[in-house]
Ligand binder design. Structure first.
Ligand SMILES: [Zn+2]
Length: 69
């Protein structure tokens, strides 16, 4: 499955840096209940989404591995 940016809906190409925004489950803080992927350039939208409940969101930068495609 090709990841798509949750902000602009465009595909995130492999080798392009991306952001993973995880919303932790309030009932089980060790589990992510929502997982969204964004372009690094769409970080503003990601931060806006997390702003309402910042304690629940975890943001990580990563590169998509070539073999994941
Ligand atoms: Zn984007």
């Amino acid at each position: 499955m090709k990841p798509r940016c949750a902000a602009c809906k465009k595909r995130i190409t492999k080798g392009e840096p991306d952001l993973v925004l995880c919303r932790m489950d309030p009932d089980n803080p060790m589990r992510a209940s929502v997982r969204l992927v964004y372009h690094v350039r769409c970080q503003g939208t990601a931060l806006e989404r997390a702003a309402a409940t910042p304690a629940l969101w975890h943001m990580t930068h990563r590169y998509i591995e070539a073999e994941a495609n």
